[in-house]
Write a protein that binds this ligand. Structure first.
Ligand code: 5GP
Ligand code: ZN
Length: 113
C-alpha cells in the first residue's frame, strides 16, 4: 500500500507523534487535533475501511477499542471520552486505512455533525 499515508507513518517513512506501539497497533497524535487529547489508533496491517473487515479481524478491532479505553484511563479521561470510526467519504473518512479516533479533555456534544 505504497500510497497509503498511515502505512507510511506505521513504517516510519513519514514522522508521526507516536504515543504507543505494539505488535499490531500504532497510536499517534492527530495532526489537526479536535480536543486536548486526539489520537488515532491504527492497525499496522492495511485495511481500507470497516467495510473490509473479516471475522479474522475481530481480535484486532477488539485490541483497538481496548487500547482506546486504556489510553483514556492513562490520561485521566476515563469519565468522558469519544471514540469514532468514520466509514466512507460521506461520513468524513479521509484516510482509507482504518483508524479509531480517541478524543478527550473537553465536553462532547451529541449528535456529531
Ligand atoms: P478521517 O477523516 O479519515 O476519519 O481521519 C483522518 C485523520 O487523520 C484526520 O483527523 C486528520 O487530521 C489526520 N491526519 C491527516 N494527515 C495526517 C498526518 O500526516 N499525520 C497525522 N498525525 N494525522 C493526519
Ligand atoms: Zn495503509
Amino acid at each position: 500500500m505504497e500510497e497509503c499515508l498511515f502505512c507510511k507513518i506505521v513504517a516510519g517513512e513519514i514522522p508521526g507523534a507516536i504515543v504507543h506501539q505494539d505488535e499490531h497497533l500504532v497510536v499517534f497524535k492527530d495532526i489537526n487535533p479536535q480536543a486536548p487529547m486526539h489520537v488515532l489508533i491504527v492497525p499496522r496491517r492495511h485495511i481500507a475501511s470497516l467495510n473490509d473487515l473479516t471475522p479474522e479481524d475481530d481480535n484486532l478491532t477488539g485490541e483497538m477499542v481496548r487500547r482506546a479505553a486504556a489510553l483514556a484511563k492513562e490520561r485521566g479521561f476515563a469519565d468522558g471520552y469519544r471514540t469514532v470510526f468514520n466509514c466512507g467519504a460521506k461520513a468524513g473518512q479521509s484516510v482509507f486505512h482504518i483508524h479509531l479516533h480517541v478524543l478527550g479533555g473537553r465536553a462532547m456534544t451529541w449528535p456529531p455533525g
